[in-house]
Design a protein around this ligand. Structure first.
Ligand code: SF4
Length: 414
């Protein structure tokens, strides 16, 4: 069984919890950013639509900046204002709207889950975090907690990257913040702290604090509404661990939540000693040959051949220039391999020397450092596509940008 955390790393005084809630909510009422999903969650009387609106925003916000999401969110809600509308959309339409937002499986899973709500749950969103997580594909513990608290007023906490940072600083948690033991403690703490009468606002306030005040590199402690509850700040100001009334040896013994003895407090870092993370895994390097085939279109402008990726895996269902992942030891032959590969689409032999090397484009996906080796191949006359295993089509530049293509492919065309 996990060791219970020393009390120093938790909130055990009810009066302090009350004060922290009050201070944080007062600040949120004054300073919250004006965001379209907040307005919808606060004013939409229909509970299913409210849950849907929060759900879409939470999925879009995963791994993506608020400023980027706003425009996508507005367009999405305009096109599919209800679960029922989304359930009727095609994956192609979803990918087109999602193009450029990254992590494409999010849009696909959102649409699959909407279909499930319509067909299996009579169009009604589950109302509790437990049911949301159990019944909706793609909805994890965080998203379930966010929807349940913001849309349905359930007093349940949330833990995302911002909350991890704030809580680790508030309670000087210096153990690896991605370890299951620490994550469990943070969920306990979030559930203890969440305001019982305004849970959705409280959770959003805690996340907002992490996004705007308690930021990773230079937190604005002087303006922080919960600074009087912050042990990291106290430690920075007074240069010693917080006195711990009931666990005497916390910080000098083998406390599982303190900074590790091997990497102790560094006074030059101040509060940013917290949180600590284990080193990130290096992204995997991949090399892919890709070729922009171009022909003269009927209106005189250029047209490009794009093909559709498989419906599962990375960038599922998106369109791209014909591409071929390269094994590291085959780089010298990439031109020949690429020429062979094209025959499958255009149904006629392609001379490797006709492929013109343009340059390289790098793009970082979540876990892959991808290098595209870009070639171009102008085609003469009327090129007819051979029936190939995946769908393909010719598009103008304008049609290309309106298609479901990744940001990486836009870089390739550029
Ligand atoms: Fe974060 Fe500083 Fe506020 Fe502590 S006082 S919660 S470190 S911004």
């Amino acid at each position: 069984a996990p060791v219970p955390p020393p009390a120093a790393h938790h909130f055990s005084d009810p009066a302090e919890v009350e004060a922290l809630r009050r201070n944080l909510l007062a600040w949120y009422d004054r300073c919250q950013r004006d965001l379209p999903w907040r307005a919808l969650a606060a004013t939409e009387p229909d509970a299913d639509r409210r849950g849907y609106a929060v759900w879409v925003s939470e999925i879009m916000l995963q791994q993506t900046q608020v400023a980027t999401v706003i425009d996508y969110y507005n367009r999405w809600m305009q096109k599919w204002p209800t679960l029922q509308a989304l359930a009727q959309a095609s994956l192609e339409e979803v990918n087109e709207l999602w193009a450029g937002l990254g992590y494409y499986s999010r849009g696909k899973r959102l649409q699959e889950a909407a279909r499930k709500v319509v067909s299996e749950l009579a169009g009604h969103m589950p109302r509790t975090a437990e049911d949301l997580q159990k019944l909706l594909p793609g909805v994890g513990r965080y998203t379930a907690g966010a929807i349940a608290s913001i849309a349905y007023g359930q007093a349940t906490g949330v833990v995302d990257g911002n909350v991890i940072r704030v809580l680790c600083r508030l309670r000087c948690i210096g153990a690896d913040s991605s370890s299951p033991a620490v994550i469990d403690r943070l969920w306990d703490m979030a559930n203890t702290l969440v305001d019982r009468s305004r849970p959705g606002d409280f959770n959003q306030a805690l996340m907002e604090l992490g996004a705007t005040v308690c930021v990773p590199k230079a937190p604005l402690c002087g303006e922080c509404p919960v600074k009087q509850h912050c042990q990291a700040r106290r430690r920075k100001l007074f240069g010693k661990p917080t006195p711990v009334p009931d666990v005497e040896d916390c910080g000098v013994g083998d406390c599982p939540l303190c900074l590790p003895a091997t990497e102790p407090w560094d006074s030059s870092l101040g509060v940013t000693n917290f949180p600590r993370k284990s080193a990130k895994k290096q992204p995997r390097a991949m090399r892919t040959a890709t070729c922009v085939l171009e022909r003269k279109g009927s209106c005189g402008g250029l047209e490009y051949l794009i093909v559709q990726r498989p419906s599962s895996g990375l960038l599922a269902g998106l369109w791209e220039f014909p591409s071929l992942p390269l094994a590291q030891d085959l780089q010298e032959k990439e031109r020949e391999l690429l020429a062979d590969h094209f025959q499958g689409w255009i149904g006629q032999p392609v001379a490797a020397k006709g492929l013109r090397f343009i340059g390289e484009v790098t793009h970082i996906f979540s876990h892959i450092h991808q290098t595209y080796v870009v070639y171009s191949l102008p085609m003469d006359g009327d090129v007819t596509l051979a029936p190939a295993s995946s769908p393909s089509r010719w598009v103008t530049e304008e049609e290309f940008h309106a298609s479901a293509v990744s940001t990486a492919m836009k870089k390739v065309l550029e």
